[in-house]
Write a protein that binds this ligand. Sequence first.
Ligand code: UD1
Length: 412
Amino acid sequence: MGKVRVKGAKNACLPIMAASLLANGEVALTEIPDLEDVRTMSRLLHILGAEVNHEHRSEKIWLDSRRLITFTAPYGPVRRMRASFLVTGPLLARMGRARISHPGGCAIGVRPIDLHLKGLVAMGASFTMGDGYIDVVAPKLNGADIYLDYPSVGATENILMAAVLASGTTRIENAAAEPEVADLANFLTSLGAKIHGAGSSLIIVEGVSSLHGAGPEKPYRVIPDRIEAGTFMAAAAVTGGDLLIENVIPSHLTAVNAKLKEVGAEVETVGEKALRVRARGRPKAVELKTFPYPGFPTDLQPQFMALLTLARGTSVIRETVFEKRFSHVEELVRMGGRIRIEGRSAIITGRQFLQGTVVRAADLRGGAGLILAGLAARGITEIRGVRHIRRGYSRLVGRLRTAGGRIFIFPD
Ligand code: UD1
């Protein structure tokens, strides 16, 4: 049996780091993995004037944002990582103004920011766009009733962060219920914020006048990464392996767990914080739809597609969260996968094996899907564009190797 330990959640670390801009004191965080996206957020906070100290080995970070020097998030970090936009809410709350380079589109489709802005406007902000920047101004933020047309994770987080220091009560309806939103709320609560309902579709925030720090004596521990856990679970299933995955919160993985059982893998909860995944033979074909939490996560769609290329029978994956998240399909087809795209659906006719070849990762999770396909394929798979994968997985290659994979890394 192979064994692997899951790291802290990237998608919790990034908003929590942005939220440290709200604290009137030093903030210490643990379980912060050494990822490109975390480095980009550190760089951005440093540009804004924060003191940032990331101890990579111990996965701790110390942030002190008491003396901010600018409200401008420039092109560099925002272009590298859309989640840079998460500093908008905190900057507005702290400085009354945020000037953010326009995040534009990205490899997985147009990702608008209309819901973020709509929420902030309801709280009293106004904005202008021009010269590639979005200028948001709010001399004063007031609590408001906000209904999100879609439960956007980022919009919920930006509005939540602006609301904690607004005057009065904010209600966010149709809020994103992702565990990472709940983790951000728990972090803010540990600094003195008053938040109810985070992790459900109705979040109520009572504004407070300031947030205190949470220094080294009381570091905040970020939740484990359910997407990384799901990637390892799919890796075990695709290779017909037996893998113990430690440091997970099993309730965050209910949809993933159910799908893996449907494809024929055995998933067993071991104690409170580990899962064991065992698989033998070819997976069964299934239908899979991505949805906001607690539905099946879009961030595991490519990994499960890799798995289903080897299934007995025909599977259908419907991507409902992002309109263009199939960049891995062409590459899987080059490895012998039989996949047809119809609108937002991928129809996958399983086959007995994939054949290794040279493929290119175009985005983070698509790249993870290609690694899984490569682990299962006959012959050697060479994956280019590994930098995309490094944005969200720390030492993935080494960890898959300890789990039994034959995988090596060469400079890009
Ligand atoms: C977050 C995650 C990302 C994940 C995604 C969906 C982080 C750092 N990233 O991204 O890994 O894939 O959630 O689970 O946490 N939308 C709008 N208007 C908006 C905002 C979003 O129409 O103002 C749409 C998007 O185009 C997309 C959908 O809503 O189709 C979901 O986006 P959202 O939940 O906002 O994802 P992110 O927060 O960007």
